[in-house]
Design a protein around this ligand. Sequence first.
Ligand code: ARG
Length: 455
Amino acid sequence: MWGGRFASGPAAIMREITPSIDFDKRLAGEDLAGSRAHCRMLATEGIISKDDGQAILGGLDAIEKEIAAGTFVFKRELEDIHLNIEARLAELIGPAAGRLHTARSRNDQVVTDFRLWVRSACVRADEGLMVLQKALLAQAETHLDTIMPGFTHMQVAQPVTFAHHLMAYVEMFGRDRGRFEDARKRLNESPLGAAALAGTSFAIDRDATAKALGFTRPMRNSMDAISARDFALEYLAACTISAVNLSRLAGELVQWSTPAFGFVRLSDAFTTGSSIMPQKRNPDAAELIRGKTGRVLGDFVALATVVKGLVLTYGTDLQEDKERVFDAADTLELSLAAMAGMIADLTANPQKMLAAAEAGYPTATDLADWVVRVLKKPFREAHHIAGSIVKAAEDKGVTLEKLPLAEMQAIEPAITQDVFAVLSLESSVKSRMSLGGTAPARVKEQVAHWKAAFK
Ligand code: ARG
């Protein structure tokens, strides 16, 4: 492609280090779209003839069919997807193929392709997250009244509902979707026409190519257009945060599905057995989702390190951008699909959840609050009284509800029979009516909000 001034061919090792075709063939669809838009614009502007334009478009269609049919031969000696397609075009239509690269460089070509690819990846991530949100929502709707222990420091804190817990993740994944949507909007400007770095002396119409490719506008600065990879970093950052959020849910599933917790049973479809211990049901998918987080963060760190300190504009260092993004996209999409399947398929065990909640004296706060409200004690004193009552119940091996009134009065004589109204887990949950609280009426509002959002 650039033989003009070279006397000898490349060293053998260059054939190993230079090619990107093994991975950038994934940009074939985007490359064809970019070439079509560029070709039509060149013909419309009279930069190439209408006939050459038609011939090029026909050749690109033929190439698209070959790629779809699996008959296109990708050649490593042609380095990358751009040169592979251009060389095949020349085979198919002859010298007119050489006119396609007028007023264009591989530098604006590759980053146009890449922006288009990342744009679709943002949409796919959003969809994958929405499917997961819907699975969580469906489970939440059936467990609005299922009481479980809410934890802080992994200690039983206060009773909550399983629906409340699941809806927390729906919110989290909703923000993840927002990050992908922001990334998509921000990256959706066209670098095509920036050419090598400085623009071109041909009278091209960058608005036309931007519009044809669904970009909102051409990028303002040709050097920025060639150099910028912050869109890929932003996508990877969104993937990383999403993977981190997923890993928390994965961690809960691992814990909840242990026999000791028994809060949920993962379906056979999402567990594996042990080759030696017949009783095991290993939550492999959850563990892998948790484990793959490191890989996605690694992708972000790798690309950030590539771009760091890189002077404007293009350096072949940037060829390292694509594998990191492809890997993160594949990993995240796989994790989202597996998580959605696991959530949809799991069976909760409300008895186990309730037993774990009861064992942890989770209404001690309700008791202290009652002492404040009814006996008008300062909260710190009420906290002390409730603590002593918990200790008494613990010594006796009973729940707060089962501790006789007389034993409470031995600690605080003013306590009356009325206190029992706030000691049950149900009453505690129902009483938490503050906005965003665990009361079923409140959680129902969250469910309603998301149902409307999905319509
Ligand atoms: N394969 C290259 C990449 O992935 C395409 C751009 C090459 N540009 C160049 N001037 N060598 O970034």
